[in-house]
Write a protein that binds this ligand. Structure first.
Ligand SMILES: Nc1nc2c(ncn2[C@@H]2O[C@H](COP(=O)(O)OP(=O)(O)OP(=O)(O)O)[C@@H](O)[C@H]2O)c(=O)[nH]1
Length: 343
């Protein structure tokens, strides 16, 4: 399965590179991403947008490519795993070229050596007609292949950078840039995977719990200490949530001051205990800040939380809605508390 996928994506990548050459685009990773999507043919909005540009004979420069990428790749729900497959394909195609060049170099070198030995073995006798020319051509071939190998080796760094860049783009699509937690997209992907697993593997052992958490009166912090300090508070809370999330769980920031914890295969009583621990850990935080009059202070925050667990036959959306209702109850009940809604 993985093998077939990699062959398919290699083919798509080759088509993408041909398209990039034909339209004279730069070899920037973002161009790879949009032309790869174009060649794959499944992202119709992107295809139509690019076709519109081409039909008007407009050049797809880096700025246009960035805009198309943002709108139709990052913002379209495109599977970020696609970027991983593309990056693997780049390496695989270049690896194949390097292997072929190395084999051709070895064979030519071996052929050249046999010819030289044969030439040496003539010991001053009359050389065979054309032999010297064949030896010279073989040497030229060998040196051309060595040159190619050198250039491939030189570009290895660039390939590494390209891979890093693609990985960075892929990570960016799944990461909340302020706190470093997973973002909403990453959360939705994991949730979908958890719901599918629970449906296929028998609910009770695999049902995930969902904990939704929202900072209390966060606007006041922004209003009193400024947005920068508000950001520091968000980062401190994110770090506390991450530190308390079990290895198989996922902590994500899905909105301004809204976080979720997805807890696969966890029973509700254990999840409730964890929620209370996290609520306590956040309440213990002290974020240093300057008061409006220039003094020093330490900001304290609290979290309201809603906790629930997946019921048989439910969708991820239904799970989120129930967690949200539980969170709302925590807010309206006075904040700084966990409300559990079993089903
Ligand atoms: N510093 C900072 N503030 C943000 C960010 N995203 C959203 N906010 C702020 O979060 C605040 C949310 O305010 P509200 O929705 O009124 O909620 P609240 O003040 O926490 O009140 P309750 O939720 O009812 O307890 C607003 O002031 C937003 O500007 C961010 O990335 N950084």
């Amino acid at each position: 399965m993985r093998h077939t996928e990699s062959i398919d994506s290699t083919e798509v990548l080759k088509q993408a590179v041909q398209l990039m050459r034909r339209h004279g685009t730069s070899m920037h990773p973002v161009h790879y991403a949009i032309w790869y999507e174009y060649a794959r043919g499944e992202n119709l909005d992107l295809r139509n947008a690019i076709d519109r540009y081409l039909s008007q004979h407009l050049h797809l420069d880096d700025a246009v490519a960035e805009a198309l990428h943002k709108r139709h790749v990052v913002g379209s729900g495109t599977d970020p795993a696609m970027l991983r497959r593309m990056s693997d394909s780049v390496s695989s195609v270049l690896g194949q070229i390097a292997d072929s060049a190395a084999r051709a170099g070895d064979q030519t070198a071996a052929y050249g050596s046999s010819l030289s030995r044969f030439q040496d073995g003539l010991n001053g006798r009359e050389p065979l007609p054309g032999l010297e020319e064949i030896v010279a051509t073989t040497r030229q071939m060998h040196s051309a292949i060595q040159d190619l190998q050198r250039r491939l080796a030189d570009s290895r760094d660039e390939i590494g950078q390209l891979r890093d860049e693609l990985d960075r783009v892929r990570l960016e699509t799944l990461t909340d840039m302020l706190t470093g937690l997973a973002n909403r997209r990453a959360f939705e992907q994991r949730l979908a995977a958890c719901v599918t697993l629970a449906a296929s593997a028998g609910l009770h052992s695999h049902a995930p719990c969902l904990l939704m958490a929202d900072l209390d009166h966060f606007k006041r912090i922004n209003d009193t200490y400024g947005h920068g300090t508000g950001d520091q508070v968000l980062c401190a809370v994110a770090a506390a949530l991450k530190a308390g999330t079990p290895e198989q769980g996922l902590a994500a920031r899905i909105g301004g001051e809204e976080f979720v914890l997805l807890l696969p295969a966890m029973q509700l009583p254990a999840a409730r205990m964890l929620a209370e621990q996290l609520r306590h850990a956040v309440a213990q935080l002290r974020v240093p800040a300057r008061t409006p009059t220039g003094g020093e202070t330490a900001i304290q925050v609290t979290l309201s939380m809603g906790l629930t667990t997946l019921q048989r036959g439910e969708t991820g959306r239904q799970l989120i809605e129930r967690a949200d209702q539980a969170l709302y109850q925590s807010k309206s009940g006075g904040r700084d508390r966990v409300t559990v809604k079993a089903g």
